[in-house]
Design a protein around this ligand. Sequence first.
Ligand SMILES: [Zn+2]
Length: 678
Amino acid sequence: MENPLLGQDALPPFTQIRAEHVEPAVRQLLDSSRARLAELSGIANPTFASLIEPLEELQHRVSRTWSPVSHLNAVLNSDALRAGYNACLPLLSAYHTDRSQSEPLFHAYRTIAEQEGTALAPVQRQVIEHAVRDFRLAGVGLPADRKARFKTAMLELSQLQAKFEENVLDATNGWSWHGNDLGELRGLNEMLIEQARRRAAQQRVSGWTLALDQPTYVAVVTDAESGELRRAFYEAWTTRASDQGPNAGRWDNAALMEDILRRRHEAARLLDFRSYAEYALATRMAHSVDEVTEFLHEMARTARAAALREFEELQDFAGRKLPAWDVGFYAERLQRERYAVSQEELRPYFPLPRVLSGLFEVAQRLFGVRISERRDVPVWHRDARYFVITAAGGAAIGSFYLDAYARPHKRSGAWMDECIGRKQLPSGAALPVAYLVCNFLPPGNERPALLTHDDVVTLFHEFGHGLHHMLTRVDYPSIAGINGVAWDAVELPSQFMENYAWHPDVLQRICGHFASGAPLPALEQARLISTRSFHAGLATMRQLEFALFDFRLHAEYSPQAGGRVLPILREVRSEVAVVPVPEWNRFPSSFGHVFAGGYAAGYYSYKWAEVLAADAFAAFEERGVFDRATAQRFFDAILSRGGSRDALEAFIEFRGRRPDVRALLKQNGILAAGELAA
Ligand SMILES: [Zn+2]
């Protein structure tokens, strides 16, 4: 029988896919892809049509075959599937490395750009530009000795980063708290206390043992009534893998941080960038080091006063000066006293069916699309559903699966992923298909699934990513949907959609008590909306502290002075920190976002994308949040364009100007509406 993973003409036949299909399908796919690559690399006079379109087709095939595998591994994990998945990872990685470091392909793209450049459509030129850029960033085109050094630096970097992460993990596991007096745990929830009792029993001691994992740490510093306990956890947490704290010197990451920063700098220099920050920006919406630092400083200048006010008010509430480990605890109490709303109590008002129809209505009012469920499509689990999006005229545009509920063997969290990418090539066409995955509490016997408002925001967020993928009009897979979109701009559609989950008009439509149908009382709704801006100043300053620290580290590194990790941290704190931090705090030593990978010189993108989303939404607020003309411009300039154009240009086309940080500060309540005129 035909391997069900190798079909190219329909949706994945989920009911037929078995673990034993995975490795043979991937091997067969990669063998034929390699053969095709070799053939294409040897074409004598390559053109866009003879080389690039077939390469785009190849990329489409590889990702659509692999997509159901990685999806099933995430949502329906089993030992057999995991084994197949893991066996394929190195095969795929080797294939992608060979493809992305191919000198003949690199030269072919450049030849095509030179010979056909002006005759090509802008979107085709963008396909080439992206490809050439990515070849360069992978070290292709370098003289042999530099290329070898670049490869070595990248390899060492991945090892050093992994070691950094290991040290953090060991340091986290290497500390726990033990006590014999239940009173010391007062304020913590029952589940955590029960877990602590079991943990102590496993260690064959009496009393309670608390581990230093993140949920426990967060629970202790927010809920524990004992100041001593909070301090002990804060100290252990913020000194992990450093020369300070209860395990000082064991697993110390200081030397590794220096090594990592040195390798990154070296790799960037080999590609002729002045710094790693500059190298990282080569694929981002922000184009220069100054642009990012200016952005962060401007936000800090504007948000600082609000943060100071919030902190002063919090200290008044507590009746004393607050050290860092007491801030979370008093903030939680103040919030509870002020708003008296609880996520759990709101659940009955957000039944999933109602939230979904409200969400689909938002999409319809904005973009004129209709969303309807189809039940005759094979899915991987009885909870998974399938929806089709159609244009006003009735033509299908794309579709998505929704797998909403938590269950065993499903990865936690929420995400959108590509099932099938859009393509419109001489070799064939495909409409985009997405996976939307959440982990909501499942329905009960007599009730539908009930969401917290946090869940509602999550659903809107992932749906925003989904719209970006499904409403794309780009024909070439490498830059269609979210592919090829600058990494600091990719959260724009998702965070933009979050705004609707907070808007009173939308809340009215998605709220309704599951049993009585009663709307959420006006007072509750007003309180819920105000929680959005609670302590926004403090939260902003904290994010800016991380972002400035990360960015300056990668922009200012010099081989003579080294990384200057602690001096830069001190300088940043003197500029932006509002809550006093103890001298022994060593948070960089466990700052995995930045030292272990993904977010190096990129932590700023959290705030960056929030600004884009808030400023885009402000354009709607100016004309009504369902204004069709504004929505059409958003669709034309941003949502439909994928990576086919520069993200900043796209934003400027939509907004008529560059992004303005004040939109976010206003949304956060940090700036009053009147101050905006300034
Ligand atoms: Zn997101």
